[in-house]
Design a protein. Structure first.
Lengths: 234, 573
């Protein structure tokens, strides 16, 4: 608690109120609230009730959301394919903090840490310093040695890793992100094997012996018939 | 407590609507019998848009499909899981059995892996082969005609391979392997491991005019809205209803006990209607339990009476004993050849296109039973968790990981679809000391005494799990891959899954000819009560290195034929 209090003092001293009134990143609890009817994904009545409960709770404060929004945009800056805003990444993080409550403390502690770090170095809260200064802070926590156990690394490194995970998964599970990634499935089609040029690239081929066994997609709609020995004859 | 009685007497009451209950419903109703199906969960139809998850995208869920409410993710079609609110189970001592339940019409057939392997001749006589466990009272030849019928009715793709203990059936043609599966074929063969096309109950070629044909969305765990995969509702219960079967469906109805008369014969069931909390009774000439191995055992053990003081049909004291699940072991690898892939739609069916049936002889190994290998990987649909540790594989190139900015976009594309994984699913040895029983101190929210489990793996399973890990390591080496995570050692039983986690629990009402050594006879009829049958996986004497569903259905069909012939002989009043 003491740490939180001291950060509160620092942040209150460092910001101007007009910033919040403008809400320049456009993400607030009010805007995040959305009606459940948007999500139609085959829920049972109990599951709907649970989702509804989460939607009716707030976890992050509006200034925390603004900080998250800035951080997510630094992790994945917008490009011609899409943006954090289009992918609704901050909305996802707010939801997941309620859906998986163990995220709450590390996420909030991390936001406090970065504001404190910003105040110590630049005398302003994180969202109020220029981007190159923001990146100077990130550079200290964003990289890690993948041969080390993440749990052994400093809290702020672990926090940024969590935030990067949530940001990248949020973006690449969104409509714009999946399109950018190039995933082409989840739609009716007829699978007839790996494209020939891909097989060639990998120096692979289908066994001659196997080829005759695979489904002949030109006859997939003919009703299956067998002889008495189980040989397909249609 | 208020108890409501239904005056109608059914020919048969079927408890549960999964693979066994669905098959019994179809066969018995088609024979003209009146049938009540009592299901603990809600009505479910994969084609109902209100319930459908097939073809949904991650972004259509506020948690992008994460597994918070459903253990296999938002789009998986199992209402339930290992933990269900208000329906607990307990453990004896420090054992940890994990009991998966799916409360819905069709039960676990709505989400299962569709791996449809008939048992082979050796699988019915393991005691004769290795001296462990018990032989079945039936042989492969007894069950073969039913396996054949199931193949033709439900549809399963596969290839004729002439393998003695992995018998061929009436197969639909299989789909071609995906890219990572071709890597597997080559690497496994180098290790002298046989690889054949998978055998999954997915309709790759039209099987009848009531069901659609697979359109390769990879969504079989979401249950198919054109009924191109096997679910008990879509392939057994709905067709039986449409054929004019006299079937009354009782959903949200949790059976508490089988009711008996002064002669000890079953007269029906009592159940709790979850909607109004009231207990009801149904009358029937025959009761068919198909609630799943552990649920059926629980109902029997809770059905105590003067004539059956130890629980219904439990004079042998074996109800709940010999509980066993498949073993599981997994390993995952990074394949550098699969970085920066060309993307194309490689969804295929919902499961692997190739697999390895057990390829060795246990006589030359230090563990008695085999396992098969399942393969997974590729460019799957992104859901919550995709992109976590986005460039962690940098470690294989001596680079730092993490960072921020545009590099993460290119790293994401670089590593997308670059992993492959292997799952061993093996046979454990059925032990009398592994069991479920009634916990005398706990009831669920409906007031019904709950199950308590006692289950420990033995050296047989632990040594098998070690063999799995060594095998996977060799395969990964052969394909030039990098194993992910450290190879598990003895301290974690070589990565052996917890019992119950593979969701193949069987054996709690095992079949046999000797009423002292078994609970049901070779037609799945209880030795002690001649009008009660068990047609789920409870009667399995041993779980092979195969998945149980196809055998549940073949046995249930055979038992149902027997019930029909007994009705014809007027043996049920």
């Amino acid at each position: 608690m003491r740490r939180r209090d001291s950060i509160k003092t620092i942040t209150l001293g460092a910001i101007g109120a007009s910033y919040f009134l403008n809400g320049c990143y456009g993400v607030t609890q009010e805007k995040i609230k959305r009606s459940l009817t948007r999500y139609q994904y085959g829920r049972t009545p109990q599951e709907k009730l649970y989702d509804d409960q989460l939607f009716n709770q707030d976890f992050f404060t509006d200034d925390e959301l603004i900080t998250l929004d800035k951080l997510c945009n630094l992790i994945l800056p917008p490009n011609e394919n899409g943006s954090i805003k289009e992918a609704e990444v901050v909305q996802l993080i707010e939801f997941m903090a309620k859906d998986i409550p163990s995220y709450q403390k590390p996420l909030r502690d991390g936001i406090n840490w970065i504001n404190k770090e910003s105040a110590l170095n630049f005398n302003l809260r994180f969202t109020d310093i220029p981007e190159d200064s923001q990146k100077k802070i990130l550079d200290k926590i964003a990289y890690y040695d993948p041969n080390k156990d993440m749990n052994d690394l400093p809290d702020e490194v672990q926090w940024f890793n969590l935030l990067r995970n949530l940001t990248v998964t949020g973006y690449f599970t969104s409509q714009v992100g999946i399109k950018e990634l190039g995933y082409k499935g989840n739609s009716p089609n007829v699978w007839d094997g790996v494209p020939q040029e891909v097989l060639d690239d990998h120096g692979l081929s289908y066994d001659e012996e196997w080829l005759s066994k695979f489904v002949d997609q030109s006859k997939r709609l003919d009703v299956a018939k067998w002889d008495e020995h189980g040989n397909l004859i249609s | 407590m208020e108890i409501k009685k239904n005056t109608k007497q059914y020919d048969v009451i079927i408890v549960g609507s999964g693979a066994g209950g669905g098959m019994a419903t179809k066969v018995l109703s088609e024979a003209g019998l009146t049938v009540a199906v009592v299901e603990s969960g809600p009505y479910y139809d994969p084609a109902n848009p209100e319930q459908m998850t097939q073809l949904k995208w991650a972004w259509e869920s506020p948690r992008r499909g994460a597994g918070t409410t459903r253990p296999f993710g938002d789009f998986d079609q199992a209402y339930g899981g290992w933990d269900i609110d208000g329906e607990p189970y307990t453990q004896k001592d420090d054992t940890n059995f994990r009991w998966f339940r799916s409360r819905m019409l069709g039960g676990r057939t709505n989400h299962w892996g569709r791996i449809s392997l008939r048992f082979g001749p050796n699988d019915f006589k393991k005691k004769s082969i290795d001296g462990l466990g018990e032989d079945w009272p039936i042989t492969y030849d007894d069950l073969k005609p039913y396996y054949d019928q199931v193949d033709k009715l439900i549809g399963v793709f596969g290839t004729k391979e002439n393998l003695y203990n992995d018998p061929d059936g009436f197969f639909l043609p299989p789909p071609k392997p995906r890219l990572h599966e071709l890597y597997y074929v080559n690497a496994a063969r180098k290790a002298n491991i046989k690889v054949i096309p998978s055998r999954l109950s997915v309709v790759t070629k039209r099987i009848n005019n009531d069901r659609g044909v697979c359109f390769y969305c990879n969504g079989c765990s979401r249950s198919c809205n054109v009924y191109a995969d096997f679910s008990s509702g879509s392939c057994l219960i709905f067709p039986a209803q449409n054929a004019g079967g006299q079937i009354d469906l009782f959903v949200n109805s949790m059976v508490r006990t089988v009711e008996t008369n002064s002669e000890g014969k079953a007269t029906g069931v009592s159940y709790i209607n979850k909607d109004d909390g009231i207990e009801y009774k149904l009358r029937g000439k025959v009761v068919v339990l198909a609630a799943s191995a552990c649920s059926s055992a629980r109902i029997l053990l809770n059905s105590k009476s003067k004539q059956h003081p130890n629980g219904l049909g439990n004079s042998s004291d074996l109800v709940g004993k010999y509980l066993h699940d498949s073993t599981g072991g997994d390993m995952m690898a990074f394949l550098p050849q699969l970085t920066n892939r060309k993307t194309y739609n490689e969804d295929g069916v919902g499961g692997m296109h190739v697999y390895s049936p057990w390829w060795l002889d246990n006589k030359s190994l230090d563990f008695p039973r085999g396992y098969h290998i399942e393969v997974w990987g590729g460019m799957g649909a992104p859901t919550y968790g995709t992109g976590f540790n986005v460039n962690h594989f940098n470690k294989f190139f001596g680079l730092k990981a993490g960072g921020y900015g545009d590099i993460l976009r290119s790293d994401m594309k670089k590593y997308y679809g670059s992993t492959i994984g292997f799952s061993g699913r093996g046979e454990s040895v059925a032990m009398k000391s592994n069991y479920c029983e009634i916990d005398p101190n706990k009831v669920d929210k409906y007031g019904v005494p709950v199950l308590r489990f006692n289950y420990n793996w033995t050296d047989y399973e632990i040594k098998q799990a070690k063999h799995m890990q060594d095998t996977f390591e060799e395969i990964i080496h052969n394909m030039g891959g990098q194993p992910l995570l450290n190879k598990p050692g003895i301290e974690s039983n070589y990565g052996l899954t917890k019992p119950g986690e593979i969701i193949h629990e069987v054996g709690t009402t095992r079949m046999g000819n000797n009423p002292k050594e078994s609970v049901v006879d070779k037609f799945e009829r209880m030795h002690d009560v001649d009008n009660v049958f068990v047609v789920d996986a409870g009667p399995f004497v041993s779980q092979a290195d195969k998945n149980p569903t196809w055998t549940i259905m073949a046995l249930a069909w055979r038992a149902s034929d027997h019930i029909v012939s007994e009705f014809k002989k007027q043996n049920f009043q």
